[in-house]
Write a protein that binds this ligand. Structure first.
Ligand code: UD1
Ligand code: UDP
Length: 368
């Protein structure tokens, strides 16, 4: 009698935003008759960009860490592909699951497609229509290769339809990053997070995160950005957990030369979101933070010319601003104050159940 072997699902993660997206999918699949292999490519490796998320989100330790580290796009993507190809050939997964839009995502998509392993993309169909963003290239390629396209918002269905993707492959499942947020909301301790970053008690503050190449790579952009942040700091205290990308350039351009700018190391997930929870507003160029602020009802000013997450504007608290506009728009936010809890809209299916919906789609594909 041949022994029945459960199908193997390989999850590929590697950068900070991947971890809160993968956690609910791994948790939901744990209740089903599948084996799971969690791969970390090593794209992010600092304790504060990686390990802290595994600890705080209850993710199992990665089964494999490819340890690729940093490098230019070609070298980093290629290194991930070399390591993953070997692993996929050895382990022969029945399904590869990739998350978001980082280099680890597209590298895994290319490997799976060429080895003809079915591929699922969580957070498919988002489009900024800005090909100067590396993430947009990663999204287009990954979606073109994916067999299952798991989408977080209705606009993504329309984009994929326009690109000729078979509607049978597209599944609106909600937002797994919001599953993670809702699951941990009760653990957010605003007072401890304030103390951790050295904020005086009671004083209102804004939180900022800045790491997009379009803001922090070119010294001319960095100078404008620092002026914009100082324009905010003239009005309110601003706390900035500095992403390693651009940290030196921002500091060299005088970011900290303002008494109301408070810099910090990258924060753990719980500490960061606690700070957001207690803030009067957020300034960001992050993708995920636009979504989290929407669900938390915290005003979000996004320093980008476009967003691949327009639902956070139509159904949320997000506004796109230029660096030049930021101080004046922040003045409006500060005078309007935060809306009463529960009164801002939330996108459909951002309800904490995306993980189980994704697991159900994957299970059906695996014939379970
Ligand atoms: C990557 C993603 C971006 C995502 C961001 C989330 C790509 C193309 N970009 O950008 O979409 O929004 O992660 O945070 O995949 N570094 C460290 N320690 C680390 C990791 C990086 O010091 O643990 C430094 C290195 O100098 C590295 C630089 O940060 O060269 C950039 O890292 P990289 O992963 O290439 O891109 P991110 O800007 O982090
Ligand atoms: N985040 C965090 N600590 C920080 C800054 C961000 O835990 O100091 C979390 C944030 O809450 C979200 C994720 O990191 O869950 C977003 O990652 P990032 O902004 O790096 O990437 P993006 O979403 O822009 O791709």
């Amino acid at each position: 009698m041949t022994e029945h072997v459960q199908p193997l699902v390989m999850h590929v993660t590697g950068a900070r935003p991947n971890f809160p997206k993968a956690a609910p999918v791994l948790a939901a699949l744990a209740d089903l008759p599948v084996r799971q292999l969690l791969v970390h490519t090593g794209q992010h490796y600092d304790e504060r960009m990686s390990e802290v998320f595994f600890r705080q989100l209850g993710l199992p330790a990665p089964d494999v860490n490819l340890g690729v580290g940093s490098g230019p796009h070609g070298a980093q993507t290629a290194a991930i592909m070399v390591g993953l190809e070997e692993l996929v050939l050895e382990r022969r997964p029945d399904l590869v699951v990739v998350y978001g839009d980082v280099n680890s995502t597209v590298a895994a998509a290319l490997v799976a497609a060429k080895l003809q392993i079915p591929l699922a993309h969580v957070e498919a169909g988002l489009r900024s229509f800005d090909l100067t963003m590396p993430e947009e290239i990663n999204r287009l390629v990954t979606d073109r290769l994916a067999d299952l396209l798991l989408v977080t918002s209705p606009d993504a269905i329309a984009h994929l339809g326009n690109e000729g993707v078979d509607p049978d492959r597209i599944h609106l499942v909600g937002n797994p990053m919001i599953d993670t947020l809702l699951r941990h909301l009760d653990e957010l301790d605003v007072d401890s997070a304030r103390t951790l970053v050295g904020l005086p008690p009671e004083e209102p503050y804004v939180v900022a995160t800045l790491h997009r190449p379009g803001n922090v790579d070119d010294p001319a952009d960095v100078a404008e950005l620092v002026a914009a942040v100082h324009g905010v700091a003239d009005q309110v205290r601003i706390v900035i957990p500095l992403h390693p990308r651009g940290r030196e350039r921002l500091q060299a351009a005088g970011l900290l030369d303002h008494e109301r700018v408070l810099a910090a190391e990258p924060l753990g997930y719980l500490e960061f979101l606690a700070l957001v929870q207690g803030s009067v507003g957020v300034v960001t160029d992050s993708g995920g933070v636009q979504e989290e602020t929407t669900v938390m009802g915290v005003p979000c000013l996004t320093l980008r010319p476009s967003t691949e997450r327009p639902v956070t504007i139509t159904h949320g608290t997000n506004r796109l601003v230029t660096r030049a506009q930021l101080p004046a728009v922040m003045a409006e936010v500060l005078s309007a104050g935060r809306a009463a809890p529960g009164t801002t809209p939330v996108p459909p299916l951002w309800d904490g159940q995306a993980g189980p919906r994704i697991a159900a789609v994957l299970a059906r594909h695996l014939g379970l």
